[in-house]
Ligand binder design. Structure first.
Ligand code: 8YV
Length: 331
């Protein structure tokens, strides 16, 4: 009987996924629900045939240089692969996979939730009834937010998630605009009634709400730089459910403080789990809504992600190309 491959899983996964993995592989699980240290990861790659990391594990060139010859596959539990030095992994003959598709709708839902929550002051309103202060009752001029219907939404990154956001936005009466490396297929553009902007600067200057839905790559790091953020109108809002690194977080916080933009809804941060104290202060003041990286956090989604990881490992171990292989040229 063939030896089961050693699969090191860096974080606690849904129980059903762990059970299924144990049937198929020689699973080494990180027992506590916190990230492995760099030292523990270094030990893990010496023995693992397959590594299953998450967004909280940095799989960089230094770590990969410690890997033994037996490490052949890194099956990321997650869609974004900015935690992995894919080019170095591939150079060393290691295949990398991710979990695309299964978290598209959940992440788009959370994006839409923030698009609604910030202009309509949802978090602030919810606090009124749970804080010690009394609610004095309805008033015609109290807790007024801004209408989103009829406004212009600019989506940065029109991949699966961007398109899913666009579909929702259309249903809420928003006009959809987008910036992407390239124009999407005419059929999709037509379905979404979406306007393409080749120039991100020009799009930013005309939007009411901007949503970041692109991956974090060297090309998108601080894509929303201090200079670009200045293009935004003071009445505009910004939502990010992609990666914190795409926005210069400090510059954004400064602009929010100075009322140079109206508000922000952020699910991701530049230095997770640290959050810029200025943003926390602004959240307490009701100007921004902060979520702790929950975009894809559904019970169903995590199981789907786990199943994708299993399929990728199994297919690879059976000698075939795994369905969700990531190549450096795709980034
Ligand atoms: C996951 C995410 O929670 O998949 C991604 O890219 O950001 C999240 O939805 C996380 O990455 C799991 O590793």
């Amino acid at each position: 009987k063939q030896k089961k491959p050693v699969v090191v899983v860096t974080r606690k996964l849904p129980e059903a996924i762990e059970l299924r993995m144990r049937e198929l592989f020689d699973v080494r699980l990180n027992a506590d629900d916190k990230p492995m240290t760099a030292g523990e990861l270094g030990e893990a790659v010496k023995t693992a045939d397959v590594l299953v990391p998450t967004v909280t594990d940095k799989i960089d060139a230094a770590l990969l240089s410690k890997a033994g010859e037996q490490l052949r596959l890194i099956a990321n539990f997650g869609n974004g692969v900015d935690n992995i030095d894919v080019a170095t992994a591939v150079q060393r003959g290691i295949t990398v996979t991710n979990t695309p598709g299964v978290l598209t709708e959940d992440t788009a839902d959370m994006t839409m939730a923030l698009i609604l929550a910030v202009p309509r002051r949802l978090a602030e309103g919810a606090q009124v009834l749970t804080s010690d202060k009394d609610w004095n009752g309805w008033s015609p001029t109290w807790m007024l937010g801004h209408r989103i219907w009829g406004k212009r939404l600019g989506i940065i990154g029109m991949g699966r998630i961007g398109q899913a956001v666009a579909r929702r936005a259309r249903a809420f009466g928003l006009q959809v605009h987008y910036h992407n490396r390239r124009k999407v297929a005419p059929k999709i553009e037509e379905e979404l009634d979406a306007t393409y902007w080749e120039s991100l600067d020009q799009m930013l200057a005309r939007m009411d709400i901007v949503s970041v839905n692109c991956p974090h790559t060297p090309a998108t790091f601080h894509l929303l730089s201090a200079r670009r953020l200045k293009m935004l109108r003071p009445e505009s809002y910004i939502v990010n459910t992609a990666r914190g690194e795409v926005i210069d977080e400090n510059a954004l916080a400064r602009m929010l403080e100075a009322d140079e933009i109206a508000g922000a809804g952020l699910d991701v941060f530049e230095h997770e789990p640290a959050v810029n104290p200025k943003l926390v202060k602004l959240a307490k003041a009701g100007k921004v809504v902060l979520l702790p990286h929950m975009g894809s956090a559904t019970v169903e989604g995590r199981v789907d992600m786990g199943e994708k990881v299993i399929i990728n490992i199994k297919t690879f171990m059976d000698g075939h190309r795994p369905p969700d292989r990531v190549l450096p040229s795709m980034l």
